[in-house]
Ligand binder design. Structure first.
Ligand code: NAI
Length: 320
């Protein structure tokens, strides 16, 4: 049997660790030897209010089990204070789990600026602020592990969650760039789209489904990704929950290449639309650079064949 993954003497910051997934991470890493900063603002799942209780309960639980943990009650928008807690209490930071989150679900028709801004602040700015504050320590010690938290809502869209979907897909782009910038300093960043029973999902999923979605079942993948033995899986996007773990990647159709001159019209694209959506010979791009080589190919082509013309008369278009 493989020996269990240990995190002795490593310092783990878990944001939003007062409940749900964050609590499961915090208690797990403490049980495997890590020193844990249990951050939680202690508000409602919609982001109202605050309390020290959520974080304190988890810290007490970890200590009662013989582990080491300190509480932090700051909002992730003040990420530097959370990282400061790790440095003051334990002298370092090795692993950052950007997990804190809220929901402001509402149909797009009824969405207010406040619904939008609050979601962006907690998920996007909060993850940025924590990672930004941890980054100099990671670089200096040439070691760091980051998990950001996306969602199926971000990857695929979800009714009533335009704000949350936008914020969660932002976590993917954020992670991809951190992965590229951090690689040479042994800073590994990955992003997960979890599914688990928590106060966030208890009103949207039936009880029998929730029973099979313990937060504890998201933890093992996170442990694998942030362990020091993982030096290869960097910039990965994972779906995880209820015993299922899978990696996602971008797929590009074989695509259409046309001459980029005056004959490059909407009609010319329409004429060969089947090529744009042809996934029979896909590519799996991991960066933007291979796209540039196509420019040269395009120059060599002859003028494009024209298809039907599009008629927009009677419509009003706003171009911003
Ligand atoms: P949860 O509501 O149980 O836990 C989130 C925690 O974050 C709460 O304890 C809350 O007090 C804390 N928090 C909220 N705003 C904060 C802030 N500004 N600063 C510090 N702490 C703050 O929810 P759950 O389900 O455990 O969610 C964890 C993460 O996983 C979230 O980012 C969520 O969006 C994401 N997620 C969860 C899914 C699920 O199926 N449970 C599905 C997809 C994504």
């Amino acid at each position: 049997m493989a020996s269990e993954l240990r995190f002795d003497d490593q310092v783990v910051v878990v944001t939003g660790a007062g409940g749900g997934l964050g609590k499961a991470y915090a208690t797990f890493f403490a049980s495997r030897g890590a020193k844990v900063v249990v951050n939680d603002l202690g508000g409602s799942f919609k982001g109202d209010g605050n309390s020290t209780k959520a974080a304190d309960v988890v810290v007490d639980e970890i200590k009662a089990a013989g582990g080491q943990a300190v509480a932090n009650y700051d909002s992730v928008e003040n990420g530097e204070k959370i990282i400061e807690t790790a440095i003051k209490a334990f002298g370092r930071i090795d692993i950052l789990l950007n997990n804190a989150g809220i929901l402001r679900d509402v149909s797009f028709k009824n969405m207010t600026d406040q619904d939008w801004d609050l979601i962006m602040k907690v998920h996007v700015k909060g993850s940025y602020k924590c990672a930004r504050a941890a980054w100099p320590y990671f670089r200096k010690q040439k070691y760091g592990r980051v998990i950001n938290t996306a969602s199926a809502a971000g990857l695929f869209g979800s009714f009533g969650q335009a704000n949350y979907s936008a914020a969660k897909l932002a976590m993917v782009g954020f992670t991809e760039t951190l992965a590229k910038e951090g690689a040479k300093y042994n800073i590994i960043s990955n992003v997960i789209a979890p599914i688990a029973a928590s106060r966030m999902t208890q009103t949207v999923m039936p009880p029998d489904v929730l029973e099979n979605l313990k937060p504890d079942w998201v933890v093992p993948l996170v442990a694998v990704l942030v362990h020091k033995s993982n030096t290869k899986e960097n910039g990965g996007i994972y779906e995880v929950g209820g015993g299922h773990v899978a990696k996602l990647r971008w797929e590009r159709s074989s695509g259409l290449l046309l001459k980029a001159d005056d004959s490059y019209t909407p009609g010319a694209i329409l004429k060969k639309w089947d090529k744009v959506i042809d996934f029979s010979n896909p590519q799996y791009p991991t960066g933007p650079n291979d796209f540039l080589g196509l420019l040269e190919e395009s120059m060599k082509l002859g003028p494009n064949e024209q298809g039907e013309t599009l008629d927009f008369s009677g419509r009003v278009a706003l171009v911003t």
